[in-house]
Design a protein around this ligand. Structure first.
Ligand SMILES: Nc1ncnc2c1ncn2[C@@H]1O[C@H](COP(=O)(O)OP(=O)(O)OP(=O)(O)O)[C@@H](O)[C@H]1O
Ligand SMILES: [Mg+2]
Length: 356
């Protein structure tokens, strides 16, 4: 077992690189005074089979895709921040005596980690972050422990290095979303964002449910649905190829029947899945009930989805915009960036790590 400092950052600026099964997203931010600016922005598709179930199956293929994305983004950064899927990281808040120095703490954590991590010692990377005085026990501090299989980190680091990027930060997707959410909430007048909020990040194959209260992450679950199900329906119904179907979701070029017979049931299905997941959350925890929903991910912008979710769940539902109040560098396509914003929550949280 080795302490790898997942959460570590030095003073270098980092390129946010969000690697998913469907593709890679790249984001570079700069900051002037209190104002952020998008300096580079790119997406790069990944060949099927490169990333499966959050594991890198083909490092060279991922490396070349990263390389292409870096060129496309025109970034000059040489350091990257990446995230591991929340489902691949074991996290636990433990209590430690408040008189330990950092070195003693590391030793103690090494000893304790065995109790929490179900993998052989030499296959695991471990890190911790001190969260502050424990609310539960006096004389103790809360420490967030995070453990991940070294292989999951190493394969990403190797692919990035093929594109001449050094991995500076290894974060966790849910924490990256929390970071982006905090930026977004800071730039919003909406008081309800300080209460219990569910962020539903609907991607291609998976959906992340993340619940925050008081702006802090309190719950996370991975749900097995996403935009690929809509693509598959379109494909079967209108006899299209994968590529044609994956860009047809807005209905362009599809018969009128698409909206009522394919898209509407899919919206209904998603709303039902979200309702079910929130029910599971509510019966399994003692936390406060969710009062507000933010939709994120590529599917957040499905026409009318926020309206259906709001109506069916009876909770105010809006689309997350992590780029609210950000400037866009000259030469970038601001309209396109605005349209893609909800799917850049993770990338944004990673890019923001340059400034913490
Ligand atoms: N306007 C839209 N209407 C419907 N679906 C859309 C729209 N825009 C994007 N999508 C779908 O969103 C999905 C991609 O979302 P996103 O970029 O968040 O996924 P990802 O992060 O690559 O995937 P995952 O997180 O599952 O690994 C695709 O299935 C795409 O078809
Ligand atoms: Mg994603």
């Amino acid at each position: 077992m080795q302490l790898s400092h997942f959460f570590q950052r030095r003073n270098n600026m980092v390129l946010g690189v969000d690697i998913s099964a469907g593709g890679i997203k790249f984001l570079e931010l700069s900051k002037k005074g209190a104002r952020f600016r998008i300096e580079s922005f790119a997406q790069e598709a990944l060949p099927t089979g490169t990333v499966v179930d959050h594991e890198i199956k083909d490092i060279p293929a991922l490396g070349s895709a990263i390389q292409r994305g870096v060129v496309r983004s025109a970034t000059r950064l040489k350091n990257a921040a990446i995230a591991l899927a929340s489902s691949k990281v074991i996290t636990k808040v433990i209590q430690m005596p408040d008189f330990l120095d950092e070195h003693q703490m590391e030793t103690q954590i090494e000893l304790e980690a065995d109790r929490y991590v179900p993998y052989p010692r030499d296959e695991v990377n471990l890190d911790f972050q001190i969260m502050g005085t424990s609310r539960e026990k006096t004389g103790k501090i809360d420490v967030l422990l995070a453990a991940a299989r070294s292989e999951n980190i190493q394969s990403r680091v190797s692919a990035l290095s093929l594109a001449n990027l050094a991995t500076q930060v290894v974060d966790v997707e849910a924490y990256a979303i929390e970071t982006a959410f905090n930026y977004l909430a800071d730039h919003s007048q909406d008081e309800s964002l300080n209460g219990p909020v569910a962020i539903v990040d609907i991607g291609r194959e998976v959906t992340q449910l993340i619940i925050l209260d008081n702006r802090k992450l309190i719950y996370t679950r991975e749900l097995a649905f996403g935009g690929k199900q809509l693509t598959d329906k379109i494909k079967a119904r209108y006899s299209l190829s994968d590529t044609q179907a994956s860009t047809a979701h807005r209905g362009t070029g599809l018969p009128e029947s698409y909206f009522d017979e394919v898209l509407a049931p899919f919206r209904q299905y998603i709303a039902g899945q979200i309702a079910k997941a929130l029910q599971v959350y509510q019966v399994s925890t003692e936390h406060r009930r969710v009062g507000r929903i933010l939709l994120a991910g590529g599917c957040a912008t499905i026409t009318g989805l926020n309206v259906v979710v709001e109506r069916d769940l009876g909770l105010r539902t809006t689309i997350a915009n992590p780029f609210a109040n950000m400037e866009v560098a000259a030469g970038l396509n601001a309209d396109h960036i605005a349209q893609e914003a909800p799917s850049f929550m993770v990338a944004c949280g990673l890019a923001l790590r340059s400034f913490d």
